[in-house]
Design a protein around this ligand. Structure first.
Ligand code: HEM
Length: 191
């Protein structure tokens, strides 16, 4: 029977919905709101930007919080998955995760600076198109890296983990070549 990992599924939903909201919002700002506001008269443009920023900044905060919480829990669960399967964590995993984490922090900073009202971050809003472009390039990298991280423990790599967790004498006979008798000494993770 199919088994569902409810915690894992809810975390995945949280992570994906928050990523869609944040990256989608940045795309909307760059390619819809900004060009549409540009021809407006200065005072009107300022008012539109202030009104939309007030609403958008709340979405940025909630999405960043969801991404951080679900991302960190996901990371711990993935480490446990490797440990439970008695498999070494691929060296590349930590490196890529570190790069992704740093890039995500830069995106959170840029998104909140662009949606903020503080004097210290005004220079980002003065060049909004440039900083939105930077955020979108970083977001593309983050999504690409996430895709690579995932393939380290889903099919076909998940099959290897499953095998590592099954005692060698329980591996289905059709997976053992007919001329080879599975040896008792063979460590199961080498299967
Ligand atoms: C702009 C911010 C972020 C975006 C766009 C993003 C996007 C994604 C996407 C698309 C996935 C693949 C989801 C899936 O297929 O289930 C993913 C997985 C993941 N993300 Fe993020 N993420 C962001 C930030 C973060 C942060 C801040 C953390 C850590 C605190 C994090 C940790 C993770 C982990 C651990 C996974 C699972 C990787 C695996 O399957 O091994 N993410 N992320």
């Amino acid at each position: 029977m199919l088994e569902f990992d409810f915690v894992g599924i809810v975390l995945r939903w949280m992570h994906i919905f928050a990523a869609i909201a944040l990256v989608g919002g940045l795309l909307f700002q760059r390619f819809v709101l900004l060009p549409a506001a540009l021809p407006l008269e200065e005072s009107l443009r300022k008012e539109l930007c202030e009104r939309s920023s007030r609403r958008w900044s709340k979405i940025v905060m909630v999405s960043a919080l969801f991404l951080l919480v679900s991302g960190l829990v996901n990371f711990i669960l993935t480490m446990q998955l490797f440990k439970g399967a008695d498999l070494p964590i691929p060296k590349m995993y930590h490196l890529l995760f570190g790069i992704k984490f740093l890039l995500a922090l830069v995106i959170f900073f840029l998104a909140s600076a662009l949606a903020g009202r503080g004097k210290g971050t005004q220079k980002f809003r003065d060049h909004a198109a440039r900083w939105l472009n930077v955020s979108l390039v970083l977001a593309t990298l983050v999504v690409a890296i996430s895709g690579i991280l995932r393939t380290t423990h889903v099919a076909p790599n998940a099959l290897e983990m499953d095998r590592a967790m099954i005692p060698s004498n329980e591996v289905p006979s059709n997976e053992v070549p007919s001329n080879e008798v599975p040896s008792e000494e063979t460590p199961s993770k080498e299967l």
